[in-house]
Design a binder for this molecule. Structure first.
Ligand code: DX5
Ligand code: ZN
Length: 225
């Protein structure tokens, strides 16, 4: 199955006082806008929540890739699907019944994603792939942007890609944390096909140009160039 890369800039690294403009700056170049929701419980950081996503949804047509770093996602995640998120990803560490929540999200019209944090093994979750549209492998410890990429976590990407190929599953394998021009190729090589990038996009003088560069690097490693 031929896969083209998804580039998903994280608005966490953008200027929150100008959110709509910051999203407009990546429209046409990016595939998804990655929205990091943090609750100061699952992770120490606190960012934005449902009202902001609802308002921003009206300001752009780019698909939203919502990454919920929150406790009790069963309670909160469906509302993000109802707010028009394209993909809603919740954390394995925060959820007792990922299959049930994935079914709920799909029924609400969203893609369902499961995120695996730095210290969580992926093996126990490989059986769940048929119920998921996206697996997000953290390449840092979830909670903050601007951290250094951890290449050893790509073994989890390899495990998911292997299982997806053996079982011929259509699933996006997303990496998040420290993705930039000097790390995206190794992530693509490991089998990732969706790439979150915060600092590397919004820290660049020209975000759209940074996205194009990341896309070209990923595509070349995915055999698409
Ligand atoms: C961190 C978030 C990431 C973050 C990535 O927990 O999930 O999406 O924005 O930022 P960079 O690309 O700067 O590592
Ligand atoms: Zn994220």
């Amino acid at each position: 199955m031929e896969r083209s890369p998804i580039i998903a800039p994280s608005i966490l690294a953008s200027d929150f006082s100008r959110l709509a403009e910051e999203v407009h700056a990546i429209e046409g170049a990016a595939d998804w806008a990655h929205v990091d929701v943090m609750d100061n419980h699952f992770v120490p950081n606190l960012t934005i929540g449902l009202p902001v996503v609802q308002s921003l949804r009206k300001a752009t047509s780019i698909p939203f890739d919502v990454h919920l770093m929150i406790t009790d996602p069963q309670r909160w995640a469906p509302a993000y699907a109802e707010a028009g998120a394209y993909n809603v990803t919740f954390h394995a560490e925060a959820c007792d019944d990922p299959v049930a929540l994935a079914k709920t999200l799909r029924a609400a019209g969203a893609k369902a994603g499961l995120a695996i944090d730095r210290d969580t093994p992926v093996e126990p979750y490989l059986e769940l792939l048929p119920y998921l549209d996206t697996v997000l492998i953290m390449t840092i410890k979830a909670g903050f942007g601007g951290q250094a990429f951890m290449p050893e976590l790509l073994d989890k990407v390899r495990d998911v890609r292997r299982r997806a190929e053996v079982n011929q599953l259509e699933i996006r394998i997303e990496v998040d944390g420290g993705i930039a021009a000097d790390t995206i190729e190794q992530a693509a090589e490991a089998g990732a096909d969706a790439f979150v990038a915060g600092t590397a996009v919004y820290g660049a003088a020209d975000p759209a140009e940074a996205i194009r560069k990341l896309r070209a690097l990923a595509a070349a490693r995915m055999g698409l160039a």
